[in-house]
Design a binder for this molecule. Structure first.
Ligand SMILES: C[S@@+](CC[C@H](N)C(=O)[O-])C[C@H]1O[C@@H](n2cnc3c(N)ncnc32)[C@H](O)[C@@H]1O
Length: 406
């Protein structure tokens, strides 16, 4: 086969076949092998395996190859449950046994913290999800272009071809109730596109809640977490593995409870951590940039008869001007920012405020590592690093780091 026009011919020829020993797994779930020191990335191969692979791209400092044959399989290799595994971009780890997934996620968190933040503290074994499949309470399949004949894919992005959608009739990591509703919703959308969503495509929503499986992103829905109930908009952020959520929220509460009288919950969403932890503190203040989420956090406090929690609408850093009554030394701060991590202004003001404890919850250990380095330099010491596997079968990991002011 002819090489694509932009193919770099060094160090391998196009479609050259190689026999390789896979050494490790990147945080994108890709197997890594070396030949004469040169790195080759092979998706779907596992550490410890001998494989045959075919090169499809040489990059300036590594090559990429397709897995052709597993010559000696890893003892951790298992059969993926989803027939679309390998084509659908949603899951990266279905071919790896669950205990091995947890071990690799631990190694990846350790690597990100060390490489980016220079952090060498012990990383605990991730706490696993009680359900390895059927756990996701929210999925958002999409389509790119609606057609009269109904012949178009509705699903997720394909592996490697990020712009193409693969048709997903069932998603085994989603809850059984979502999988029951999915065929109906797909049939309905194929018959009639959502208003104005014919040409440009659309993202659909299925969220399992106490009200059942909801497909209207604007609907107000309810979810129970431990002994609390939360209402939020079906389409907005709320952690979507309800099976591990009580353990996760309780862990954050325990870590924040160092005897401090006050709690600040920055990036608080609909109040998950504030309201779970409220019993442990005299007063709790949450801050959140989405006005709609703040309104819900207020009503969630009322719904749970919690009277010592208040919520403010604004950028996280604005909170420090408003908590004059909280002495830093008697305050714990929980932070749970989006993937990009915290702004520098926030981190600067956080360390000036000097809370006694910080519990940093993150869905991206790389940006977290960058921020932790800044916190360490401003006088904080890491007490514990505990990842939680909210997303089995995928490359994602949630990491909780507890810091104490020295
Ligand atoms: C990962 S979510 C965490 C929500 C909540 N802690 C929970 O677990 O449900 C991040 C939240 O940060 C909010 N956010 C993003 N940028 C922000 C900023 N600069 N200041 C305050 N909140 C922000 C988002 O609206 C979102 O609700």
């Amino acid at each position: 086969m002819d090489a694509p026009k932009n193919f770099i011919p060094e160090p391998f020829e196009y479609h050259q076949e190689l026999e390789l020993s896979v050494e490790s797994l990147t945080n994108l779930g890709v197997g890594v092998a070396r030949q004469d020191g040169w790195v080759i990335m092979i998706p779907f191969s596992l550490p410890g395996e001998k494989i045959r692979a075919r090169v499809f791209r040489n990059r300036p400092n590594f090559s990429e190859a397709d897995l052709i044959e597993v010559l000696e399989a890893s003892p951790n290799r298992v059969d993926p449950k989803c027939p679309l595994f390998g084509s659908c971009g949603g899951c990266q780890y279905q071919q790896l046994s669950y205990p091995a997934q947890l071990e690799w996620k631990q190694a990846q968190v350790r690597d990100a913290l060390e490489r980016i933040g220079g952090i060498e503290n012990e990383v605990l074994m991730p706490i696993g999800s009680p359900k390895e499949y059927g756990y996701r309470s929210k999925i958002t399949p999409h389509y790119q272009r609606w057609r009269d004949d109904g012949d178009f894919p509705i699903g997720f992005l394909r592996v490697a071809q990020r712009q193409r959608i693969i048709d997903v009739p069932q998603c085994p990591i989603a809850t059984p109730a979502i999988n029951e509703t999915l065929p109906e919703l797909r049939a309905q959308v194929k018959k009639t596109p959502p208003k104005g969503k014919k040409k440009k495509g659309a993202t659909l929503l299925l969220r399992e809640t106490m009200e059942g499986v909801i497909t209207d992103a604007k609907a107000l829905v309810t979810e129970r977490v431990g002994n609390r109930v939360f209402q939020f908009k079906a389409g907005e952020f709320f952690q979507n593995n309800p099976f591990i959520l009580p353990t996760f929220a309780n862990y954050v509460t325990e870590q924040a409870s160092d005897g401090s009288r006050y709690l600040i919950d920055a990036y608080c969403g609909a109040g998950l951590f504030s309201l779970t932890a409220a019993d442990r503190f005299e007063k709790v203040i949450g801050i959140e940039v989405s006005a709609a989420a703040v309104t819900l956090a207020d009503s969630n406090a009322a719904l749970n008869s919690i009277r010592n929690a208040e919520f403010r609408n604004g950028e996280a850093e604005a909170i420090f001007a408003e908590v004059a009554e909280f002495p830093g030394a008697e305050t714990s701060v929980v932070i749970d920012p989006p993937r990009r991590g915290c702004d520098e202004a926030f981190l600067r003001q956080l360390s000036d405020f000097a809370p006694s404890r910080i519990v940093y919850v993150s869905c991206d250990p790389s940006t977290q590592a960058r921020d932790l380095k800044i916190l360490e330099e401003s006088g904080y010491e890491i007490l514990e690093i505990q990842p939680f596997d909210l997303f089995p079968q995928t490359r994602h990991i949630e990491n909780v780091v507890t810091l104490q002011r020295q």
